[in-house]
Each structure stands twice: as structure tokens, then as C-alpha cells.
Design a protein around this ligand. Structure first.
Ligand SMILES: *Cc1c(COP(=O)(O)O)cnc(C)c1O
Length: 368
């Protein structure tokens, strides 16, 4: 009998499945990398802001030195933009880091963590990594059912994850629903409000979650530079919470968890309102383009508030994987979501108009 290392709950973890890299698809299917369209990881199709690129090139000169472990300048920029004290901010190696830090800080083996069916895969991973017990609340119309969340809270619930907008379904909870929920959550239960797609929300849907942090000492809001800000490869995100939470996260994070290029680029991106506005506009147009085509093809999709759309490509339980493979052969990478319990669906990130067209043409051919 061979030795098994580590606890059972770690061995039970299924590794995260990311979007396939372009180079890998080119190798596997014998395709030209330049012709491959990747709409699989909700990245910004415009690329990074020029302002961030310039900031990074400048920061390269100091790369032999360790980064600022406290991220002073980036925290100052976030503090100014969101009107919260710097001490309330935790920087993360992507916002994934913030989600994991929360699980490590607040959950012991056997304690309960609540999240929704069809919500972000990292919630399950972070819970399992600390031996937490997942309470998965059935989705309502593919989104969060916060009334059922409230019912699911027990004496050993330590942490709750909410994604708004949600990934992979793109559903959105209006501010009033979240506030009503925060009002009924026991004060010792930490709520992580993951707002990775916040910057894509139309102005009339925007709400001041960072102001809620002042009212709710158990609230941790997380944001990322990976999506609308176009810096996914750098790995930088942040959390905002009162010191009782922020202090703990800052104690257990790696001292240099955000590298110096990422810190410099994030400051530039945060202040680049034009880039953000353009990205949001492009996204709105791309959403219209894709959903008009889905409507014309008679394909069901979930109305999305993010930079991606979940579309049903068949009624059989191998539809997602089958259509995905056929699209890969045509050089189009999207995301199958069978691992989320949605085997008939594909998640398509909204790309540039030309990329969306290539995807739609390929989809039409594949679906016959
Ligand atoms: C993409 C995404 C994140 C952000 O991940 P990073 O680690 O910041 O790149 C967080 N939450 C959700 C729901 C996401 O879809």
C-alpha cells in the first residue's frame, strides 16, 4: 500500500479547470496561433491600458528590489477612489487570493461555508482547502437565492460567498436585496461580496458596496484588476473590510503577494477612467451582438451583467462538451461548464466585434 499524504479533504479536491491557453489549442489541433480566438476566461478583449503598460515599463528599472510589502501607493490610490481608509484594504495576488485568505482566516475544518449552486468554482476550492463543509444553496433562476441563504445559516456557519454579478451565469442581485440580506446575517458570520464584474454594470445598477463596509463590520468586498481593467496576467486584486477582518487577512497573506509591476500597473489602470469607460461600452455592444445572434438562432441564454454569456447549445448532457470540441477544432476557445453542473451550456466571453463574429460563424457551422 502506498503512503497517502495530507488530509482527506485535500486529496478530494478536483483541480481548477481554467480556459485553455491559445498555445495549447494550437499544438493540440495543429492550428495557427494567430488565427485562434479565445473567449474563455472573461479577459478584456482590448488588452491592457496603455497607461498601465507605461507604468510597468518604468517600474522594470527597480525589479531587482522586493516590492513594497504594504503596497502603500496602490492602497492610497484605492483609498482615494473608494473613500475608505488604507488600513481597510488588503491587496491580493488576484482577487482569488482574497477569497482564499478569507477561507484560511475564518474557517476551521468542519465549519460551514455557504455559496450558491452555479457560482464561482473558487468558492468550493477555497472551502475544501481548509476542510470546510460546503453548504451549496440551490440556485433560483440560475442566480443567488438570498432568502434561502439566510435559511441555510447555522451556528457553525463562518463564511458566505456571494458573487455579484455571478460567474458563470452572469446573474445580478440588486443592491436592495443584498442590503436586506446583510441586515439578517448574524454579525459573527463573514460575508464576502465578490464584485469581479462590477465595472461592467450600467450606471443605474451601480451601488456603493464600499460604503456598506462602514455599516457592516462582517462584510468583505473583493474587486479585481483582471477583468474590466485588463490586467489578468499580472494577478492583482483587493479586498475592503473593516480592520477586524482586514488585519487578519494581512497577517496571513504572503508578505510580497503583489509584485511591483502589478502594483504600478494597477495604480495607472485605476486612474484610467477612459479605458474603463471604453471597455464597458465595447462590452455592451458585444453583448448586443452576441445575444441578437443567439435570438436569431433560437438559442436560450441567461441575461448577463458581466462580460460573458451563458448559452445553451443543446438538450443532451454531452452538448456542451461536444460543441466545445467542435469549436476548438475551428480555433475558437470558449468555456464548457459541465464542472459547474451545466453540461448543456457554454460560457462565452464577450470579445471584439470581429472575434464575436468568428465565434458566431463557427457556432452556426457546428450546430448545422
Ligand atoms: C474572474 C473572477 C475573479 C477574479 O479572479 P482574479 O484572481 O482576480 O483574476 C473573482 N471572482 C469571480 C466570480 C470571477 O469570475
Amino acid at each position: 500500500m502506498s503512503i497517502q499524504f495530507g488530509p482527506d479533504y485535500v486529496r478530494a479536491i478536483a483541480p481548477y479547470q481554467g480556459g485553455k491557453p491559445i498555445a495549447e489549442v494550437a499544438r493540440e489541433f495543429g492550428l495557427d496561433e494567430a488565427k485562434i480566438v479565445k473567449l474563455a476566461s472573461n479577459e478584456n478583449p482590448s488588452g491592457m491600458p496603455e497607461s498601465a503598460k507605461r507604468a510597468m515599463l518604468e517600474a522594470v528599472a527597480e525589479i531587482a528590489r522586493y516590492p513594497d510589502a504594504n503596497g502603500f501607493d496602490l492602497k492610497a490610490a484605492i483609498s482615494a477612489k473608494y473613500n475608505v481608509p488604507s488600513e481597510w484594504i488588503t491587496l491580493g495576488n488576484g482577487s482569488n487570493d482574497i477569497l482564499e485568505l478569507a477561507a484560511h482566516a475564518f474557517v476551521q475544518p468542519g465549519q460551514a461555508v455557504i455559496y450558491a449552486q452555479y457560482s464561482f468554482a473558487v468558492y468550493a476550492l477555497a472551502t475544501q482547502a481548509v476542510g470546510g463543509r460546503a453548504t451549496v444553496v440551490p440556485a433560483k433562476n440560475y442566480g443567488h437565492d438570498l432568502a434561502a441563504f439566510a435559511q441555510a445559516i447555522t451556528a457553525d456557519t463562518k463564511l458566505i460567498f456571494i458573487a455579484n454579478p455571478n460567474n458563470p451565469t452572469g446573474t445580478f442581485l440588486p443592491a436592495a436585496e443584498i442590503e436586506a440580506f446583510l441586515d439578517v446575517v448574524p454579525p459573527q458570520v463573514v460575508v464576502v461580496l465578490d464584485e469581479a464584474y462590477n465595472e461592467f454594470l450600467a450606471p443605474e445598477l451601480q451601488y456603493e458596496s464600499t460604503a456598506w463596509v462602514k455599516r457592516y463590520p462582517n462584510l468583505l468586498v473583493s474587486r479585481t484588476f483582471s477583468k474590466a481593467y485588463g490586467l489578468a496576467g499580472l494577478r492583482v486584486g483587493f479586498g475592503i473590510a473593516q480592520p477586524a477582518i482586514a488585519d487578519l487577512l494581512n497577517r496571513i497573506r504572503q508578505p510580497f503577494n503583489v509584485n511591483s509591476l502589478a502594483q504600478a500597473a494597477a495604480i495607472a489602470a485605476l486612474n484610467d477612467a477612459d479605458f474603463l469607460q471604453q471597455s464597458a461600452r465595447l462590452n455592451t455592444e458585444g453583448y448586443r451582438q452576441l445575444t441578437q445572434e443567439f435570438d436569431a438562432l433560437g438559442l436560450e441564454y441567461i441575461p448577463s451583467y458581466g462580460n460573458f454569456v451563458l448559452v445553451r447549445v443543446g438538450n443532451e448532457d454531452d452538448a456542451g462538451d461536444r460543441v466545445n470540441l467542435a469549436l476548438l477544432k475551428k480555433g475558437v476557445i470558449v468555456r464548457p461548464v459541465g464542472n459547474y453542473g451545466l453540461p448543456q451550456w457554454l460560457r462565452v466571453s464577450i470579445g471584439l466585434p470581429a472575434e464575436n463574429s468568428i465565434f458566431i460563424d463557427a457556432l452556426k457551422t457546428v450546430l448545422g
